[in-house]
Design a protein around this ligand. Structure first.
Ligand code: SF4
Length: 249
């Protein structure tokens, strides 16, 4: 019998705690698929954040280190410098990487640290109940911006890819989305590319993945995916912002 579909080996058998329809599950799966495609003896070490994905270490079959809120880039730096042949990635939400951890990610990128940051942007502080995040887009209604984010009062959203792109230590930056199959497949290819950049020691790599939070957006999972396509991408255009990898797949 030919097997057409199965769970990636890199994923554990523990059921996730994520809400139904949450993008974290999709992103975990595609990371696991990419890792399954790497050589079997490739060491993998993840760095877990604080946020909805705080228990990510339970969901994969390789080692993780848990970091304090926003400090995953500093922890990933230490892990990678200690174990050079490991593929090291941080997994961080927007509250983690673009607010309390802004300093860490900027300095890790500027230093050209040889790890990959996987940045999941759903535009809210999801774990704590859906407050406005630095990444909430203008007009976005959250529990702490009930009339919609007004840039004159609450300022503008942070565009991390565009901020990091000029830094010399950055080898690869891309923004992708998981709102439909085509973009999920593209995100998987981009993750593979970023990991290959790291394996070839070209410098720091980061992928921003636009994701959904149906619970705090107050929408069905399907409507939340449509919102990414119709509203969020206008403020966060997709694409590869920098690629020093050349012909690496
Ligand atoms: S609160 Fe939002 S981001 Fe967090 S698990 Fe639920 S749907 Fe996902």
């Amino acid at each position: 019998m030919r097997i057409l579909f199965s769970k990636p080996k890199a994923l554990s058998s523990i059921s996730t705690h994520y809400c139904p329809g949450c993008g974290h599950g999709i992103i975990h799966r595609i990371i696991a698929e990419v890792i399954d495609e790497l050589p079997q003896d490739q060491k993998i070490i993840g760095v877990a954040p604080v946020g909805c994905s705080v228990f990510i270490y339970d969901y994969f079959n390789f080692d993780f280190v848990a970091a304090a809120h926003g400090r995953a880039p500093a922890v990933a730096t230490g892990v990678k410098r200690s174990i050079r042949d490991a593929l090291v990635f941080s997994y961080q939400g927007d509250g983690d990487i673009a607010a309390i951890g802004t300093s860490e990610i900027i300095h890790a990128a500027a230093r050209g640290e040889s790890f990959t940051a996987i940045f999941v942007n759903n535009g809210v502080y999801a774990m704590t109940g859906g407050q406005m995040a630095p990444t909430s887009i203008p007009g976005q209604i959250t529990v702490s911006s009930p009339y919609g984010r007004d840039p004159k009062i609450q300022g503008y959203h942070i565009k991390l890819c565009e901020m990091l792109e000029p830094l010399d230590g950055v080898a690869f930056i891309a923004r992708t989305s998981i709102h439909n199959i085509k973009n999920i497949e593209m995100t998987k290819k981009i993750i593979r590319k970023a990991f290959d950049i790291q394996i070839n020691e070209l410098g720091f790599s980061i992928i921003e993945i636009l994701s959904n939070c149906p619970t705090n957006w107050g929408m069905t999972p399907i409507k939340s995916m449509k919102r990414i396509e119709e509203e969020v991408i206008k403020y966060y255009p997709l694409g590869i912002f920098k690629d020093k990898g050349g012909d690496i797949k």
